[in-house]
Design a protein around this ligand. Structure first.
Ligand code: PLP
Length: 366
């Protein structure tokens, strides 16, 4: 990325020689992203990240297909980039159905199919959940969408670069991705738009990205996204390593700490994600204590952290609010090692013991 911040600063839309260097780099990145997804070059539009891709897909399809219908279907466990976009559209004449999930976090396919009506223009269901990691049956949902001639968007921000994601195998019309979820830079992403999809632009202005996304492109960011896509293709076995580490962490925690609930599906889950509820204490208390030991964790999604509300994902999965408050999420990645797992297993049990000693849990358990 560095040369494109410095000596290769040309604007890719300009005519001079330096500009052509930027244009070439941008198109090279598009090739890598398209290859990663099994898409055509012209089906990839660069954006400012996952949130923008979700907004673009959902608002873009909604407004372009308004004459056909005003009904959108999504799930209760989507990221707020999807949920709040849907809420916004509700204020502008669209109707949105929010489908429930099972205790493991799978979208209820019967409810989804029963909710479709002749006004339904879009289904948007995430590929894998950012809090619990459950991987949705995207192929089954896309089959339902196709049978009813409805566009299907998936927010694949959590899966691209971590799992094998092929747009043709999944059968989706639109797919969002974000570079920083697979070791690329923040503030850059892409939207896959299947050829022939009727969609309005989100940003209006110049003719960038073939008239689909106005604004001078973030060339260094796009180059970083391309590089991250190339690396992801070369390192597909990383998931297996993460799964082994994650399973060791999970087993160790369950063995050492009583009254812990593991959230999400045991198998159909992102390999590096471990989300659990420790009964009797708040997730935030554990996060602060772990941070003191140099261990960075989360409770709900990073975007909602600091809000005094239990996770909407855990509540939708039927976890009682008093238990959901005790959620803690470990997201393992390339930098994590066996030693990190050992450290958590050494540090977390005494933290839980101390916090429980000063919580109502002690009075209940004695
Ligand atoms: N969708 C999901 C599932 C996410 O996990 C995130 C980020 O955490 C986003 C969308 C938003 O992506 P970005 O941070 O690139 O805007």
């Amino acid at each position: 990325m560095a040369p494109y911040y410095n000596e290769l600063y040309g604007n890719p839309s300009s005519m001079y020689k330096l500009a052509k260097e930027s244009e070439k780099a941008k198109e090279g990145a598009r090739e890598k992203v398209a290859k990663l997804l099994g898409a055509k070059l012209e089906e990839i539009v660069f954006t400012g990240g996952g949130t923008e891709s979700d907004n673009f897909a959902i608002k873009g399809v909604a407004f372009a297909n308004k004459k056909k219908g005003n009904h959108i279907i999504t799930s209760k466990i989507e990221h707020h980039a999807v949920l709040n976009t849907c809420k916004y559209l509700e204020k502008h004449g669209f109707e949105v159905s929010y489908i429930g999930v099972s205790t493991k976090g799978f979208v209820d396919l019967n409810e989804l199919e029963d909710t479709i009506n002749d006004k339904t223009i879009l289904i948007t269901v995430m590929h894998a959940n950012n809090e619990v990691g459950t991987i949705q049956p995207i192929q089954e949902i896309s089959k339902i969408a196709r049978e009813h001639n409805i566009y299907f968007h998936t927010d694949a921000v959590q899966t691209v670069g971590k799992l094998s994601v092929d747009v043709n195998e999944l059968g989706v019309d639109l797919l969002s991705l974000s570079a920083h979820k697979f070791y690329g830079p923040k503030g850059v992403g892409a939207l896959y738009i299947k050829e022939g999809t009727k969609i309005d632009s989100l940003l209006h202005g110049g003719h960038h990205e073939k008239n689909r996304r106005a604004g001078t492109e973030n060339v260094p960011g796009i180059v970083g996204l391309g590089k991250a896509s190339g690396i992801a293709m070369d390192e597909r076995e990383e998931g297996e390593r993460l799964k082994i580490l994650r399973d060791r962490l999970e087993k160790g925690i369950v063995e050492k700490i009583q009254d812990v609930i593991i959230n999400g599906h045991p198998e159909k889950r992102l390999p590096g994600t471990l989300n659990l509820c420790v009964k009797g204490i708040k997730g935030e208390s554990m996060i602060l204590q772990l941070d003191y030991h140099g261990i960075a964790t989360s409770s709900t999604s990073a975007c909602m952290a600091g809000l005094e509300k239990p996770s909407h994902v855990l509540l939708a999965m039927g976890i009682p609010p008093e238990v959901a408050y005790g959620s803690l999420r470990f997201s393992l990645g390339r930098g994590n090692t066996e030693e990190d797992i050992n450290k958590v297993l050494e540090v977390l049990p005494p933290i839980v013991r101390r916090l429980r000693a000063i919580s109502p849990y002690k009075k209940i358990k004695g």
